[in-house]
Design a protein around this ligand. Structure first.
Ligand code: DGL
Length: 264
């Protein structure tokens, strides 16, 4: 194993940074390429066929060009739609990001918990299966909150995000029957933990938020255990979109040890 071989983190935008933050804690020396399919952002409003085609096509080309030791699909929408398909076609080990329904079901005291993700994620069979496996005897309420994705993107570009806008996109969760009993919310889109502070203000005290980033980072560390790591040059972020727009994220990337921004 080449010590400079990167771990490739893939998302439609900045959501995967929530996974990168946890990955840095467990594997500080791991070289990383952060790949954002900004030309395809947002995934949450797209059809299954569109998301699957983009993700499989891009990851195939990225695997060839960068020879990563592992790919993490740091996006719930892409993972719940295309994880199986991508694993079938690539030899590189793939770690997916799936809604943290299991830990949230164990945490809820009222027995009513919520799932906030993109609309595309909410309708996936993958989510139905997790609910049937881990939420038996509990009530899981779902809400597709596509509107939170551009707000998280804006925040990381240094723009001010209004709590009212966050609340407007997310409040449909609580407005359903039994919604007022929710005490735990799964953030099932990697963009959403970037707005955790705003979501806390929007939902008020008494609601716990759960997401999968820590578990994903631990899984990556486990799968690469014993491998040599050398971060000789600075890490790199690549975009399928315009570089000028991506460069507005330079401070957010720099904070996370990524100094080179390039177009894929
Ligand atoms: N970050 C992605 C997720 O985890 C979705 C954002 C988008 O809609 O592109 O689902």
């Amino acid at each position: 194993m080449d010590a400079t071989s990167p771990i490739l983190l893939f998302d439609s935008g900045v959501g995967g940074l929530t996974v990168l933050d946890e990955l840095r804690k467990v594997l500080p020396d791991a070289p990383v390429i952060y790949a954002a399919d900004v030309a395809g952002l947002p995934y949450g409003t797209k059809s299954e066929a569109e998301v699957a085609a983009r993700v499989a096509g891009l990851l195939g080309r990225m695997a060839e060009r960068y020879q990563p030791r592992l790919i993490c699909i740091a996006c719930n929408t892409a993972s719940t739609i295309a994880l199986g398909m991508v694993r079938d076609v690539l030899e590189t080990p793939i770690v997916g990001t799936v809604p943290a329904i299991k830990p949230a079901a164990a945490l809820t005291k009222t027995g009513v918990f919520g799932l906030l993700g993109t609309e595309a994620t909410m309708r996936q069979r993958y989510v139905d299966d997790l609910e049937h496996a881990f939420a038996v005897g509990k009530r899981l309420l779902r809400h597709g909150a596509n509107g939170l994705v551009p707000l998280a993107e804006a925040k990381l570009r240094g723009e001010r995000v209004r709590i009212d806008d966050v609340a407007d996109s997310a409040k449909g969760l609580m407005l359903q029957a039994h919604g007022s009993d929710i005490d735990t919310i799964v953030l099932a889109c990697t963009h959403f933990p970037l707005l955790e502070q705003e979501l806390r203000e929007a939902f008020g005290q008494g609601v716990e938020f759960v997401h999968g980033a820590q578990g994903i980072a631990r899984r990556i560390a486990h799968l690469t255990e014993g491998q040599p790591f050398a971060r000789s040059t600075g890490d790199c972020a690549i975009t399928t979109g315009a570089l000028a727009n991506f460069e507005r994220l330079a401070p957010a990337f720099a904070e996370r040890g990524i100094d080179r921004l390039e177009r894929f």
